[in-house]
Design a protein around this ligand. Structure first.
Ligand code: ATP
Length: 451
């Protein structure tokens, strides 16, 4: 993980938030290559879950919402808090369930009294070796106030899902979808995590990709299985190997009272082990019913025969940052090439920040540079994310592009100009990132070759 974090900073993927002012815990900024990878993840997700299907509708709801939304959803109550304990000497705060988990004790769903009793029984101390305070619930929502009078309370949304539920009726009325159908949203979410940690894994500001998939109650098992398979396919599409992903079936006694089944998709993060990548829950009609009750708006679907009911819902919920981290962990590779150790990112082509890099063999030969610019311009029109790289010698460029996961490097050399062998005129060298193999390809066939 340390190697990946340092590569991310060195190569412009991820920077510490507000770094020049000493940072702000739990925030990270995406650099030029990070934002490219992040956008590719979101674009591929949208394509797979929305554009390529007929049963999905997109949405982009506001981050600030009426505070009643969070009362109805239960977020202002104890349901959205974590148990907090303090180091009684230093005042540092920790998540009690995480401290217990580090000791091999599963503390999900325990009451505060049960947590206190366990801490005493196990003689658990803070990481600095000091006694711990009693546990208390700490709500994770960031609150803010809206308007010049600052008298309207609001929150930064802690999930995108509620924006979907409150627009259920709008989508129904404007689009007339037939069940089953889903509403998908990608956007920022904010949680005042007690202890942000592990790079992008647990942060205070992050992005989610969520779907609420509305179904008839009697079909939930069949629909659950279909969506589960779609999630498996997604994990493969972003290059995660089957051995590093596992499905954790949340035991019945740990399920939220309204959920009939929840699967956590977990990734085997290096140095950390399996932990949540995405969640998938059958939430019954709990959310729509709550909003119906609190808002007085009917959340019903009407069948052609006039019968009405509140649909049930399946919720796949993905964190972009956790996918980003898993993708980098999976792609990070060290091997030996030409007797040298090299580091490269074996990113899938559709996720790599740059699809291809173009360079002239020598940057002080105008005829090479001119031809290389031509090739660059042609490919740029076609692929968009094409890098121009003429820094250092070719070997250095290859190493740099390998390290940021560029699948192919193209070099325009004297053979391209036809100066050495007329049969090679208008061909370029294409080097493959993973094998280092070089192929001569005609310029006019380059785009097809890459595709
Ligand atoms: P955890 O148990 O790890 O705190 P959670 O069960 O609270 O996560 P959900 O509420 O199910 O998470 O959120 C859905 C997804 O959003 C998670 O699977 C994860 O990918 C992402 N996510 C949640 N909290 C964070 C966070 N603090 N930082 C980064 N991603 C997060």
């Amino acid at each position: 993980m340390e190697k990946i974090t340092s590569l991310c900073k060195r190569r412009g993927f991820v920077f510490q938030g507000s770094e020049i002012y000493g940072g702000l815990a739990g925030t990270w900024d995406m650099g030029p290559l990070g934002v490219a990878l992040n956008n590719n993840i979101k674009r591929e997700w949208w394509k797979m879950f929305v554009d390529d299907r007929e049963d999905m509708y997109g949405l982009d709801s506001a981050i600030l919402m009426n505070e009643k939304v969070w009362e109805a959803s239960g977020h202002t109550g104890a349901g959205f808090s974590d148990p907090l304990v303090e180091d009684t000497k230093t005042g540092e705060r920790f998540r009690a369930d995480h401290l217990l988990k580090d000791e091999g004790i599963e503390a999900d769903g325990l009451t505060l009294e049960e947590i206190d009793a366990l801490i005493i029984k196990k003689g658990l101390l803070s990481p600095k070796g000091n006694p711990l305070s009693k546990a208390r619930q700490f709500n994770l929502m960031f609150s803010t106030s809206v308007g010049a009078q600052e008298n309207i309370k609001s929150y930064l949304r802690p999930e995108t899902a509620q924006g979907i539920f409150v627009n259920f009726k709008n989508v129904l009325d404007s689009m007339s979808p037939k069940l089953p159908f889903g509403i998908a949203q990608i956007g920022k979410a904010f949680r005042n995590e007690i202890a942000p940690r592990e790079f992008l894994f647990r942060v205070r500001e992050f992005e989610q990709m969520e779907i609420e998939y509305f179904i008839k109650e009697e079909n939930w098992e069949e629909q659950f299985e279909l969506l589960r398979q779609a999630i498996v396919k997604w994990n493969q599409h972003i290059g995660l190997s089957d051995k590093n992903v596992r499905e954790f079936e949340v035991p019945e006694n740990d399920l939220a009272h309204y959920s009939k089944r929840t699967i956590d998709f977990e990734y085997n993060y290096p140095g950390k082990g399996f932990d949540e990548l995405a969640g998938f829950a059958y939430r019954t009609d709990h959310d729509l019913k709550n909003h119906q009750e609190h808002s007085g708006t009917k959340m019903e679907y009407i069948e052609p025969d006039g019968s009405r009911f509140v649909p049930h819902v399946l919720e796949p919920s993905f964190g972009v940052g956790r996918a980003f981290t898993a993708i980098l962990c999976e792609a990070y590779t060290e091997d030996e090439m030409n007797g040298e150790v090299r580091t490269y990112l074996k990113l899938p082509k559709h996720l790599a920040p740059y699809r291809v890099a173009v360079s002239p063999l020598l940057k002080n030969k105008p005829e090479l540079v001119e031809r290389a610019r031509e090739v660059f311009t042609i490919l740029k029109k076609d692929f968009g994310n094409v890098a121009w790289d003429d820094n250092g010698n070719v070997g250095k460029r290859y190493r740099r592009q390998d390290e940021i996961g560029t699948p192919h490097c193209i070099v325009i050399d004297f053979e391209t100009l036809g100066e050495e062998d007329a049969s090679l005129k208008d061909t370029v060298t294409v080097r493959d990132r993973d094998t280092g193999e070089q192929t001569r390809v005609k310029i006019e066939e380059l785009a097809d070759f890459l595709r």
